[in-house]
Ligand binder design. Structure first.
Ligand SMILES: Nc1ncnc2c1ncn2[C@@H]1O[C@H](COP(=O)(O)OS(=O)(=O)O)[C@@H](OP(=O)(O)O)[C@H]1O
Ligand SMILES: [Mg+2]
Ligand SMILES: [Mg+2]
Ligand SMILES: [Mg+2]
Length: 408
């Protein structure tokens, strides 16, 4: 069975998997040794320079923050699983930009925001998140708001924790709206995509709850909960579990590597990006939705590079997670003209990949800058790969973009 077919089988199987089994919610104390990056440990042909600020940032432990983020993302994943299993057409709405939003996007955002505030009570809380409560405050949004409130209360009740009292619709609106921060280069900001890949979620395919922390404009930790992603590696690398289990939690902290554990909290494994250096042996990821990334351009780049395998198309930052454990070696993302990338679509994914030894840059080889507010201003697109392949990937991207420009 080809890689892509296996993916489709795995993701379809994931969608029909019964998730009613109880997930243990263990509070783990994470004992980690924080090491500082030096330019030699992450050397590459790209300008991956680590400023003194980065050194200061990487010397902090962020242990409490990571534990809170894992808890928040896991809880939100449970809510999403419940909704995806029983998704009703009436649960899916259109935002003003015509993109879909569901009760689970709102519920996930409310739960993450409430959990972070509860777990880190002494810290000033700033959250940059995708959703806002505007539509839920309209008369027409009242039923949906009640449904979201019930979902959030149910999920908290099933957790068995008594530290939340029953939430009202107002509490839920406030929790959603605490995601209105603008971010920036000063202080700490959480960055949340409550469901990344909403289209995939609605289709019954891949999606991710993506949560990251910025400190002075740098991503210092990231968590990606991917409830439908098989725990077993897909593609050629068979070093991970060979079970049919789905539900991955990837997490990374600056200077400390990237780890993967099952969403039910099983033992964690350190992961690394693929070390492949021959493009003929590499496979690449791209958006499932052709409207989100030019499949034609990716195909030209892959051909120039010498990649033989067909693209692996999956929704959401699950692509970053899969790449961080070596399922594929390249991720190409070329949005169509006029689209501006948002920080919540890449913050968690980028640290998950870089801490696993990979490189994330724009199409010109510049590192992504998360310090400018909600938007990521990237040159043309985003490319991700390992250190071996990046120089030739950059050349292939440059040539393909030049050819495209001269053909217009
Ligand atoms: N036109 C356009 N171009 C590029 N990107 C867009 C566009 N429209 C939306 N989005 C963003 O894409 C996010 C989904 O991520 P992916 O593209 O990786 O997923 S997919 O495979 O296409 O489903 C998706 O994230 P969610 O809204 O969280 O699902 C959007 O932020
Ligand atoms: Mg998104
Ligand atoms: Mg989203
Ligand atoms: Mg969206």
């Amino acid at each position: 069975m080809g890689t892509q077919t296996r993916w489709l089988v795995a993701t379809r199987a994931a969608a029909i998997t019964d998730w009613s089994c109880c997930q243990t919610f263990r509070k783990k104390s994470i004992t980690t040794t924080v090491s500082c990056f030096s330019s030699t440990t992450r050397s590459s042909s790209l300008s991956c320079t680590w400023s003194p600020l980065t050194t200061i940032v990487s010397s902090m432990s962020y242990d409490k923050e990571l534990a809170a983020a894992k808890k928040a993302a896991t809880l939100a994943a449970r809510l999403c699983q419940k909704v995806q299993k029983a998704l009703l057409q009436s649960d899916v709405h259109s935002k003003s930009d015509k993109s879909p939003v569901t009760v689970a996007d709102y519920g996930s955002q409310a739960l993450v925001s409430l959990t972070l505030e509860r777990e880190l009570p002494s810290q000033q809380f700033s959250l940059v998140a995708e959703e806002d409560s505007g539509d839920l405050r309209e008369e027409s949004g009242q039923d949906t708001l009640r449904r979201i409130t019930a979902l959030v209360n149910d999920t908290i009740a099933n957790e068995g924790s008594h530290s939340f009292s029953i939430l009202t619709t107002d509490d839920v609106l406030k929790a959603i709206d605490s995601g209105k921060s603008e971010g920036g280069s000063i202080g700490r900001h959480w960055v949340l995509d409550p469901i990344d890949g909403t289209k995939g979620f609605v289709r019954g395919d891949q999606y991710a709850i993506a949560l990251a922390l910025l400190d002075e404009g740098k991503v210092v930790l990231g968590v990606l909960a991917c409830p439908n992603l098989p725990l077993a590696t897909i593609g050629h690398n068979e070093q991970h579990s060979s079970s049919n289990e789905v539900g991955c939690l990837f997490f990374a902290k600056v200077g400390d590597g990237t780890y993967l554990q099952a969403l039910d909290g099983s033992t964690q494994t350190k992961v690394n990006v693929s070390a492949v250096d021959n493009p003929e042996e590499a496979s690449f990821f791209e958006s499932y939705e052709a409207a989100h990334s030019s499949h034609d351009l990716s195909s030209t780049i892959a051909e120039k590079l010498g990649v033989k395998a067909p693209p692996v198309r999956i929704d959401s930052q699950a692509k970053y997670g899969a790449l961080s454990r070596g399922d594929g070696a390249i991720y190409l993302r070329f949005p169509h003209k006029g689209y501006r990338e948002k920080i919540w679509d890449h913050a968690a994914g980028s640290i998950v990949v870089t801490e696993a030894g990979g490189i994330v840059s724009d199409a010109a080889g510049n590192p992504l800058d998360f310090s400018k507010g909600k938007f990521l201003d990237v040159d043309t697109g985003i490319i991700v790969t390992n250190q071996n392949l990046m120089p030739s990937l950059l050349r292939a991207v440059k040539e393909s973009l030049n050819e495209k420009a001269s053909s217009l």
